[in-house]
Ligand binder design. Structure first.
Ligand code: Q46
Ligand code: ZN
Length: 300
């Protein structure tokens, strides 16, 4: 197998691009894909400070690494979810990465903000764990960005994550998530910062290869609550499709973004208010996070 660019020995074959690359040319390809995502969706400029949400996993640390290499001004944000040893280890990976690169890392603890870590929140609210966790993460990312003056939060979602989310939303024809699914969500309210996903053009296999080649020390174990999650099943189904038809995932997601999403956007119109208690954006009177915190308080 030869590298498409230099003709040297390739280390990675990318069937959906009908190409193979040696290590340096693959990393160049990876950086270019991130650059293309940032430019195409006007995610952020070189003058802006970007808050990068990091979980200690390969995707978010690879994202932080690329943005640093490309000279963007970044700060990491680690949300401590209080999920047993998984949170301790993932936090240590983020702290080590920040120290190694001499970059700032903000740490926000869910326990301090909600009154309990995610496992107790789940027990108190009887909501599916990932739903309580996802709600808390979105809220705390936006809050941290507002408090520290960041106009934009970047997350490490990759092509596989995005295609699996799309697949799940389509299975149930969830119009609101379909209207919102985008590599770059603009700020539609002064208290809502932009949310962007610069890795959406790169597959999980590619971010893993990048992290490996860059010798990034990340947490390999998954969150214990990820086991049996439907999103993993959707990923598996899409991987089987990809095996027999390279490029299927890419076409599925990119086709939707180009042709499907605009139609859903027109269907959904939401009026945004400020939460009566915390002042963050909500569609009701009290935001979902404040309701969650109330439930936790009552259960204690
Ligand atoms: S951290 Fe939270 Fe994930 Fe764990 S509880 Fe579910 S949503 S699986 S990315
Ligand atoms: Zn609130």
């Amino acid at each position: 197998m030869k590298c498409r660019k230099c003709g040297g020995t390739a280390v990675l074959e990318l069937r959906r691009h009908n190409a193979a690359f040696c290590a340096p040319d693959f990393m160049e390809f990876f950086r270019r894909q991130v650059g293309e995502a940032v430019r195409r969706h006007r995610m952020f400029t070189r003058e802006e400070s970007v808050l990068v949400a990091v979980s200690g996993g390969k995707d978010s640390l690879a994202l932080w690494d690329v943005l640093l290499q490309e000279g963007y001004s970044t700060t990491g944000l680690y949300l401590d979810l209080g999920i047993f040893d998984y949170s301790k280890e993932s936090r240590a990976k983020c702290e080590a990465f920040a120290a190694e690169h001499g970059v700032p890392l903000l740490i926000v603890s869910v326990e301090q903000e909600v009154g309990a870590g995610i496992p107790e929140v789940q027990a108190a609210t009887r909501r599916p764990t990932c739903s309580a966790c996802g709600l808390s993460k979105r809220y705390l990312m936006n809050k941290a960005a507002l408090e520290h003056g960041f106009p934009v939060v970047a997350t490490g979602h990759n092509l596989d994550d995005e295609a699996a989310t799309l697949f799940g939303s389509i299975l149930h024809w969830q119009t609101e998530p379909l209207a919102r699914q985008s590599p770059a969500l603009p700020s539609t309210h002064p208290k809502l910062v932009r949310r962007v996903k610069p890795l959406y053009r790169l597959s999980e296999r590619e971010t893993a290869a990048y992290a490996f080649l860059r010798r990034i020390d990340y947490i390999v174990e998954e969150c214990p609550f990820a086991k049996g999650a439907t999103s993993l099943m959707h990923k598996e189904i899409l991987n089987r499709l990809e095996d027999v038809s390279p490029g299927a995932k890419h076409n599925f997601l990119f086709g939707f973004l180009e042709k499907g999403r605009p139609a859903f956007e027109r269907l959904v119109e939401v009026a945004l208010n400020e939460c009566a208690r915390c002042g963050q954006v909500t569609t009701g009177t009290l935001c979902g996070f404040c309701k969650l915190a109330d439930q936790v308080k009552r259960a204690r």
